[in-house]
Ligand binder design. Structure first.
Ligand code: SF4
Ligand code: SF4
Length: 454
């Protein structure tokens, strides 16, 4: 699929056509639910999700504490494999969605687009409100008041959005205390102030230009899509376009979809679809702009196509992508469910094989690491199997606070002559509460091959 830009195309010349006649208002067809309304609903839900993700630790990279929160799990940075697997899964979801549904993420879910459109709408509403309320004031002053009010409200919104954004990387309560103390001296405070400024400039001035200049996703779209990907397309077999240009006026990306369905600026938002349906319904005609499965493919609204085609599963490649996605998701779920909330590791310390104590008993040394990778207290109990008469020289159970790590060396003591000489195999059994997890660690206990007397 080749992507074009609106600048390098010009609208094709239209042949002459008979004029369309307007229909009576009472005869106007009832319009279907508009994509505009769908978008507003989805965008609002996405906004709530964007705010909720870091606050409920559903997805958050806590840089100071070196933790990655994902789907309710608190992953430690040393669990790199599972973090990498989770991030790769998210990337794969975006690529698969782009392949099936084109730039639906840009048009319906991207925070940059949501806030850019909110900023445009705020400016428009302020203009209308102030022009109506301050009709007697000179227009130049009114314009200044509109600008001032817009910048003020955008600045307040920027503080909130920057706060949410940084919460993805810093604990929100810690961040709030920095914000309330107006900290602009520490690294955290300075990055917070810089992010707020960046967000303000973005939503006050840059807005959708970000999508066509900075964001790489639009450029990559050409690589993901193919002849079956969902696109927004102008089809006019009956030569019905009345050249009203409403589709161009409503387009926030400033393009004319009639030029080509593959313009890089098009975010597949569907606003032009609604605009054309609205205009041509007044002449008793159907809209000329549609969501379609590829340039030659069926329309999204075509009810005759089988259900799996309507969901986007239009060829073997797409079915394979879906299966890989499901396989990936199951693997990730299994990996997360097999992960222990409390990590217990026991290793022998072999700087000396054994030690004979003043009490005549034989000692072997071990090192234990316990990490409580959850948000509640934990207790770890240790016991021995297949080591008769042995005792653990350690105060048990070990108690750990949330996120606490303990590293401790301890001895196992066995009365002399209880065990055969040489290497004796035994196991440690760890029991974690309240999780009720238990683990077996196979070890060896070494006794002198020739008994020494003290
Ligand atoms: S051309 Fe239509 S679908 Fe594309 S960005 Fe503009 S309004 Fe949205
Ligand atoms: S809104 Fe429809 S009728 Fe009007 S210019 Fe666009 S395609 Fe033509």
């Amino acid at each position: 699929m080749s992507i074009t830009t609106s600048q390098d195309q010009s609208a094709p010349a239209k042949p002459q056509k008979p004029p369309l006649k307007p229909v009576n208002k009472g005869d106007l067809p009832v319009l279907p639910t508009t994509y505009h309304r769908y978008r507003r609903g989805i965008q609002f839900a996405c906004f709530l999700i964007f705010v909720a993700l870091p606050f409920f630790n559903i997805m958050r990279f806590d840089i100071p504490r070196e933790r990655f929160y994902f789907a309710g799990y608190e992953l430690w940075i040393n669990e790199f494999a599972i973090i990498f697997f989770a991030l790769l899964f998210l990337l794969y979801v975006i690529v698969a969605a782009s392949m099936l549904y084109g730039r639906v993420y840009c048009g319906y879910m991207c925070p940059q687009m949501i806030f850019s459109e909110a900023s445009l709408s705020l400016e428009e509403r302020l203009k209308k409100f102030i022009n109506k309320k301050l009709i007697k004031i000179n227009p130049k002053k009114r314009q200044m008041i509109v600008r001032g009010a817009f910048y003020l409200l955008t600045a307040v919104a920027s503080v909130f959005l920057a706060f949410v954004f940084i919460s993805y990387f810093v604990e929100p309560r810690d961040l709030l205390s920095r914000l309330l103390s107006l900290d602009i001296r520490t690294t955290g405070g300075i990055s917070g102030a810089a992010t707020t400024l960046f967000v303000f400039l973005d939503f006050a001035f840059v807005r959708q230009h970000f999508c066509t200049t900075v964001c790489p996703y639009g450029y990559l779209q050409g690589m993901f899509g193919d002849k079956n990907t969902l696109i927004v397309q102008y089809r006019d077999p009956g030569n019905d376009c009345i050249e009203c240009k409403k589709c161009v006026r409503v387009c926030h990306m400033g393009i004319d979809i009639r030029v080509s369905p593959y313009q890089m600026e098009c975010i597949h938002c569907g606003e032009c679809v609604d605009a054309c349906v609205d205009v041509l319904a007044r002449f008793g005609k159907e809209g000329l702009i549609h969501y379609a499965w590829g340039e030659q493919g069926k329309l999204l609204t075509d009810k005759k196509v089988p259900w799996h085609h309507r969901l986007g599963l239009r060829d073997a490649k797409r079915v394979a992508v879906l299966l890989i996605l499901l396989f990936y998701a199951s693997g990730l779920t299994v990996a997360l469910s097999m992960r222990n909330n409390v990590l217990v590791k026991i290793m022998p310390v072999r700087s000396s094989l054994y030690r004979i104590g003043d009490d005549g008993r034989i000692y072997n040394r071990f090192r234990m690491t316990i990490a409580n990778r959850q948000a509640r207290d934990a207790e770890v109990m240790l016991s021995l199997k297949d080591l008769p008469g042995a005792s653990i020289d350690l105060q048990l159970p070990l108690k750990l606070k949330p996120a606490e790590t303990i590293q401790q060396e301890f001895d196992i003591a066995v009365p002399a002559a209880t065990l055969p000489q040489g290497v004796n195999h035994f196991s440690f059994i760890s029991r974690v509460s309240p999780d009720n997890d238990s683990e077996n660690f196979e070890m060896t206990f070494i006794t002198p091959t020739e008994r020494k007397t003290r």
